[in-house]
Design a protein around this ligand. Structure first.
Ligand code: HPA
Length: 308
C-alpha cells in the first residue's frame, strides 16, 4: 500500500517536473496551419521572401508598401516579443514590388522559449509560400579585422547549442515540413551570397562589409573571455544570440537562406583589454546603421525577387 502510494507520488512529481515536461516541437503542423488561416483572412499576397529584422533593421518596415501590419499579441497562439528594440509586428507587403513577410522582432531562447518555439514563425512563413529567408542580427566581432559598424555576411554558422543536442528540430519529424535528415553544407545559399557581394560593390560598401562564420550562444549574458577564446579557436568570426536555429528550420523546409550580422561591439580575447559588451552600445550602433542596412536589404530583396 505504502509502496503503491510512493510510486504514484514519484510518478506525478516526475510527470510535472521540467525534465519530463520538456515538450518538444510544441507547435504541430495543424497549430501553425491555424495561425496561417487566421492571418490569411487579413492578407492576400503570396510572399517570396521572409525577412527577420534584427537590431538595426527595424526601420526596414518603412519601405514596405501596401503594408498589412499585425501585432504579435493579436495573433492567437503566437509568442510575444519581450526584448527592447524588437517591436513584435508581422508585416505583409511589398519592397520594390517584391512580396515579403517581415518579422519586426524575433524570439530568442533566452526569453524562455524553446528553440522549436523560436522557429515557429519560419514554418509559418513557409506555409505562406516564402522560398527565401533574409535574417539579420547584432553580433560581437571576434575576427581581429572587424570594426564596430561592419556588416558581416554569413557564409556559415557553428551550431554551438546543437553540440549538446539542443536543436529546434529535436523530436518527432513532421514530413509536412521536411525530411528527418538533411544537409547543412550550403546552409547559406552560395549563389545569393555572390549576388550580395556584387551589390556591396555596386553600393561602394566594400570597406565595411566582411564575410565570416557566425555562432549563437544561448544568452542573455555576453560571453566570458575564456568562451570567446574557445569560439575563436573554433573558427567563429561573430557571436550573437539568434539566427542559427532559424536557418536550421528554414533549410529543413527547403528555404534558401541569406543572413548578415551587424558588428555592434568588439569581443576581446585578452584579459584586461577592451571594453565590456553592453546592450546600450548594441542598440546605439544598430540605430546609427539603420539607413545603410535599409539600403543594402532593399537592394538584396530586388536581387532575390529576380531569382527563381
Ligand atoms: N555576444 C553575443 N551576442 C551579441 C553580442 C555579443 O558580443 N553583441 C551583440 N549581440
Amino acid at each position: 500500500m505504502f509502496l503503491n502510494t510512493m510510486t504514484e507520488l514519484f510518478d506525478s512529481v516526475l510527470k510535472n517536473s521540467d525534465m519530463c515536461n520538456d515538450k518538444i516541437n510544441e507547435y504541430t503542423f495543424q497549430d501553425i496551419c491555424k495561425i496561417k488561416d487566421f492571418l490569411a483572412r487579413e492578407v492576400d499576397l503570396v510572399p517570396k521572401i521572409g525577412i527577420i529584422c534584427g537590431t538595426g533593421l527595424g526601420s526596414l518596415a518603412e519601405t514596405i508598401t501596401k503594408a498589412v501590419i499585425i501585432d504579435y499579441k493579436d495573433i492567437p497562439n503566437f509568442p510575444m516579443s519581450t526584448v527592447e528594440g524588437h517591436k513584435g509586428k508581422l508585416i505583409f507587403g511589398y519592397i520594390n514590388d517584391v512580396p515579403v513577410i517581415c518579422m519586426q522582432g524575433r524570439f530568442h531562447y533566452y526569453e524562455g522559449y524553446s528553440l522549436a518555439q523560436c522557429v515557429m514563425p519560419i514554418r509559418l512563413m513557409k506555409l505562406f509560400g516564402i522560398t527565401h529567408l533574409i535574417a539579420s542580427n547584432a553580433a560581437g566581432g571576434l575576427n581581429p579585422n572587424f570594426k564596430v559598424g561592419d556588416i558581416m555576411l554569413q557564409k556559415d554558422h557553428l551550431n554551438i547549442m546543437g553540440f549538446s543536442g539542443n536543436n529546434p528540430l529535436r523530436g518527432p519529424n513532421d514530413t509536412n515540413f521536411g525530411p528527418r535528415f538533411f544537409a547543412m553544407t550550403n546552409a547559406y545559399d552560395p549563389t545569393i551570397l555572390e549576388g550580395v557581394k556584387d551589390i556591396v560593390k555596386q553600393l561602394g560598401l566594400e570597406q565595411i562589409v566582411q564575410e565570416g562564420v557566425y555562432t549563437c550562444m544561448g544568452g542573455p549574458n555576453y560571453e566570458t573571455t575564456a568562451e570567446l577564446r574557445a569560439l575563436k579557436i573554433l573558427g567563429v568570426d561573430a557571436v550573437g544570440m539568434s539566427t542559427v536555429h532559424e536557418v536550421t528550420a528554414a533549410r529543413h523546409c527547403g528555404i534558401k537562406c541569406f543572413a548578415f550580422s551587424l558588428i555592434t561591439n568588439i569581443c576581446s580575447t585578452e584579459y584586461g583589454v577592451g571594453t565590456e559588451a553592453n546592450c546600450e552600445e548594441v542598440l546605439e550602433v544598430g540605430k546609427s546603421k539603420e539607413k545603410i542596412l535599409k539600403i543594402l536589404v532593399t537592394n538584396i530583396v530586388s536581387y532575390i525577387g529576380n531569382q527563381d
